[in-house]
Write a protein that binds this ligand. Sequence first.
Ligand SMILES: Nc1nc2c(c(=O)[nH]1)N[C@H]1C(S)=C(S)[C@@H](COP(=O)(O)O)O[C@H]1N2
Ligand SMILES: [Mo]
Length: 321
Amino acid sequence: MNERQPDDIPSSQITPEHVYRSRRQLMGLGLASPLLALAGCAGPEDPPAVAVARKPDSTDGFLAGDELTTLQDATSYNNFYEFGTDKGDPARNAASLKPSPWSVVVGGEAEVTGTFAIDDFLKPHAEQDRIYRLRCVEGWSMVIPWQGVPLGEVLRRFRPNSRAKYVAFTTLADPDQMPGIRVPALEWPYREGLRLDEAMNPLSLLATGMYGKPLPNQNGAPLRLVVPWKYGFKSIKSIVRIDFTEQMPVTSWNQSQPGEYGFYSNVNPDVDHPRWSQRSERRIAGTASKLFADRIPTLPFNGYAAQVASMYQGMDLRRWF
Ligand SMILES: Nc1nc2c(c(=O)[nH]1)N[C@H]1C(S)=C(S)[C@@H](COP(=O)(O)O)O[C@H]1N2
Ligand SMILES: [Mo]
C-alpha cells in the first residue's frame, strides 16, 4: 500500500518528533515500512482547495451525503499506534487482537459501576446506521458507513451523578496482542475524553461495525468511539474502560504534545496546527492511481456545526482548541 503516496506533507512534518524517532525502534521489530524513505524530503506546494459538489447530509447529521471511502482503503490506511505508527501497520499487525471475549469497566462518578461483558454493556440498545465523515488532524479524511449505538443512550444507563462533568475512555494495552505497545510512541494505554454534554450529543457513536460487518481489528474492534465533528484521534479504538470524572481527564495526544493537540480538538479550519494549516483536506478516494483525491476545504466542526456549535457558545475556540 505504500507504493501510493500518502500525502504531500512529508511524514517527518506530520509526526511528532518522538513518534518519528520511535519509528527507528519499530524497524527493529520489523514494523516499519519504506515510507521512512520519504522522511525529510520536502513536498510540493499545496495546490489550492477545490470546491466539491456534495449531496446534503440528513438534517440530523446522521447520514453524510458524501461519497463513501472504499472498504479496502478504510481498512488498510489506519492510525492505530498500538499496532505500529505506519499507516499500513494496523492492517498488517492487528490479527493478534482478540475482540472476543471482551468486557468494559465502567467507573467513577455514576450510580452503576462495575465490569460488564460487552453484550450486557450494549444489550438494550438497537444498532443504528450512520454515515460520518472523519477527518484526521494530519489532513486526510474518510467517509465511512458505521453501525453502532448512540454513546449517550449507553452512558445514561449507568446514571452519572451530579459531579460527573467529563467522560474518560481507555483502550486496551496488552503487549501480547498489540506489538506497538513495546514502543513508547505514546504513553500507553491510549486515553481520550469528552465533556459530558459532548458525549451525550446524538452524533456521538459507540461503533460496533462498519460496512454492515463487525469492526475489523485495525478499525478498533470490538468497540470504538466515532465523534465526527472532532479530529480523528478523539475517536478512540478498542475501548476497555469508561470513567465519569469531575475533572477534565488526561488524554494521550494532549499529554504527548500539549501545544499541538488540545482537549477539545474540534475540527476548525480557522485554527492552524502549529506545523501546518487545517484549511483543507484530502479525501481517501480509492482511485487506482492515487490514494488521495484533490484538496477540498475543511468545514467548521467538519460540517456538523448545525448539530454541535451550540455546545461551544461563548467559548474562545482558539484558546480551547
Ligand atoms: N487506541 C487508539 N485509538 C485511535 C488511534 C490510536 O492510535 N489508538 N488513532 C486515532 C486517529 S489519529 C485516527 S485518525 C483514527 C483513525 O481511525 P480509522 O483507522 O478507523 O480510520 O483513530 C483514532 N483512534
Ligand atoms: Mo488522526
